[in-house]
Design a protein around this ligand. Sequence first.
Ligand code: NAI
Ligand code: MG
Length: 331
Amino acid sequence: MYEITIIPGDGIGREVMEATLNILDSLTVEFSYIEAYAGNKCFKKFGTTIPNETISLSRDADATLFGAVTTVPGQKSAIITLRQELDLYVNIRPVKSYKGTKCLYDDLDFVIVRENTEGLYAGIEKYTDDGATALRVITRKASERICRFAFQYAKKTERRKVTAVHKANVLKKTDGIFRDIFYKVSEGYPDIESEDRYVDATAMFFITKPHEFDVVVTTNLFGDILSDEGAGLVGGLGLAPSANIGKNNGLFEPVHGSAPPLSGRGIANPSAMILSAVMMLNYLEEYHEALRLEKALIQVLAEGKTVTPDLGGNSKTLKMAEEIRKKLAES
Ligand code: NAI
Ligand code: MG
């Protein structure tokens, strides 16, 4: 029995969470859920977007499933606070094509490992006489652990290559450290190929030669931008899951937000949330059930009959989830 903290959040976050929990119910793994609050609805009720209780419930759980929140400018970001408080230093974002979806390539399968705690998102900005500056923080410690994670992940998932992405020709000191540490860490993994590339060229190669990538490891901002580009390669936000992982905690969430235009209509694509649950199952080392769930989703996507409007169908979120449950029952 795993204790899972669920944070449905706002808008379609709540809808895709409900659909996903319905499906998780029919797996052979048992979960007990505790619901925690975050986001804008939470702010209206409790005066904060992320109560301390949510942070402790997430810290104490075996894993956390996070839907999506509406972020109002000026309010504290719930998800960034959780990443920092739980030191979730890795953000894994797979780029994988599924049949039946609008992919630019129908056979992609690579993974972006993004540093989640520092870089240009360290949040150190100040106004100057003439504008403002932001500090780009790269520490040896964070570079070391993210590069090590990338190689460990490659080893565990039997991938052949790790590519470090940076801009060390311009950002000589910060990205110089990142690149050098990457190669130092790579010495411990002689069976895995290692290479480095500039971020601008990588942005182009994602479009022109995406098959050359296997595991990509990079700093915070570059990882944020490249992973949205990755989502664009394989059918968009409704299909993009992510994992936030630290030493003691894992939090799994779709890349998308609360999508106000879709909210309350029951037509959001639940796939990104379901694939995030697949990542959670892998994190919990429930590999068999992870594979079974992914396969059931793959079948429903490939058949293309009971899918949401963004996938070209006319099914509701819960109906698509029900169809996935049926496939699971048959497997
Ligand atoms: P968004 O990801 O919520 O939606 C952008 C558009 O993508 C939607 O209007 C919809 O057309 C499509 N889309 C997204 N998810 C979909 C799904 N599951 N099924 C079908 N179509 C889908 O991004 P947006 O509009 O920029 O942000 C809306 C709110 O969400 C904002 O308040 C923003 O701050 C917040 N946000 C929260 C995130 C989080 O909770 N981690 C991440 C991104 C945005
Ligand atoms: Mg982003």
